[in-house]
Design a binder for this molecule. Structure first.
Ligand code: 5GP
Ligand code: MN
Length: 338
């Protein structure tokens, strides 16, 4: 099966930008997930194979369970190294933004991108991308940016440059953005691509183990604590809420990525089709929303918590205290119509 859904004009425009550039910076979103890290590293391997000088930037650190990925130790983390990121962006002759639809999603890196004179290319699968780049490759129906990047690479004529490290990174993004192919994973093309990645030499079962079976004991106990003591169910609204304060996170020695996936767990309860995970951070409260089927959560995130996302996976923020945030959230849930 030929994977060929990207408009020819977009493919040519993206290819032209890449061919014309030598120093390329890629940037993905804060609190990087598997698709952010996967698409960033896949782009890194491909562009290096094309002879480009590549700087891979993330606004803050990625979870430790992506640390095994080839190239992960070369990623520049803006929070730790803002001078180096600034220099790379100033010197870049192309900036590629991955897996984000708004510059807000790159936090402190935003002004650097706004000031950069380099052409910019967006590759993303979120709804309603803001128009901040010269070329936009945006396909919200595709389940991960990594999958979209694979299709783009092939259509640009560089499929034979995808090596094993690049293929692994693409697979990580596809796997994590679909919950190991358990949601938004119905399109046959996904499995055609996986088949191609397997031919390149990835070990998909090994990748699964590296990503999903390397958690700490503390993380497991934190999960148990959440489910036993911190999960509130609203049966009439088919909704569950889990919340964690900073104190609780510290008690369980929280590390980046430890709460990854918690928001999905209540969806496995019969009758629950909407789940919210609320976490107190240093200066704000972060909310993650998930749902099943036709139940939207991006609207709640956008209308009440300055965020957005996909129909079934969205996020937002609150600058109220965590207690006030939970009161506000409860009021919203109790007034839900579906
Ligand atoms: P997560 O819950 O994994 O942090 O995010 C799930 C999805 O929600 C992301 O892929 C992204 O589309 C969206 N999202 C998360 N946080 C925010 C936010 O603060 N603002 C916006 N616009 N979208 C967000
Ligand atoms: Mn994504």
């Amino acid at each position: 099966m030929q994977i060929q859904f990207i408009a020819n004009e977009s493919v040519s425009a993206a290819r032209h930008l890449i061919e014309s550039a030598q120093r390329i910076v890629t940037i993905s979103h804060m609190s990087p997930d598997g698709d952010a890290v996967g698409s960033s590293l896949a782009a890194r391997h491909l562009l290096r194979a094309l002879g480009k000088q590549v700087t891979t930037v993330l606004p803050n650190h990625f979870p430790a369970f992506f640390g095994w990925m080839n190239g992960a130790s070369d990623i520049l983390i803006y929070e730790n190294d803002n001078k180096a990121v600034q220099t790379a962006i100033v010197e870049a002759d192309l900036v590629i933004l991955l897996d984000l639809n708004s510059l807000k999603r790159i936090n402190g890196v935003k002004p650097l991108v706004e000031q950069s004179k380099a052409p910019k290319l967006l590759i993303d699968h979120h709804l309603d991308p803001e128009q901040f780049t010269d070329v936009i490759v945006s396909y919200p129906d595709i389940s991960s940016t990594s999958e979209l990047l694979y299709a783009l690479i092939v259509q640009m004529g560089w499929g034979d440059r995808i090596d094993k490290a690049c293929a692994e990174a693409i697979y990580v993004g596809m796997m994590t953005d679909t919950g190991n192919f358990s949601y938004t994973s119905q399109q046959p093309e996904i499995y055609t691509i996986i088949s191609e990645l397997l031919k390149i030499g990835i070990d998909k079962d090994d990748i699964y183990r590296r990503v999903y079976t390397n958690y700490s004991e503390k993380r497991m106990r934190l999960m148990g604590y959440c489910l036993l003591n911190k999960m509130k169910i609203y049966p009439k609204q088919h909704t569950a809420v889990i919340s964690l304060t900073k104190e609780e996170l510290e008690r369980f020695d929280f590390h980046v990525g430890d709460t990854e996936g918690f928001v999905n767990i209540p969806l496995s309860i019969d009758g629950i089709n909407r789940s919210v995970f609320v976490r107190e951070e240093e200066k704000k409260v972060k909310l993650s929303f998930r749902s099943q089927g036709a139940v939207p959560v991006n609207t709640i995130a956008a209308q009440h918590f300055g965020g957005g996302g996909h129909l079934n996976a969205a996020g937002g923020e609150s600058y109220l205290s965590i207690a006030q945030t939970l009161t506000k959230l409860e009021f919203i849930i109790l007034n839900l119509q579906d």
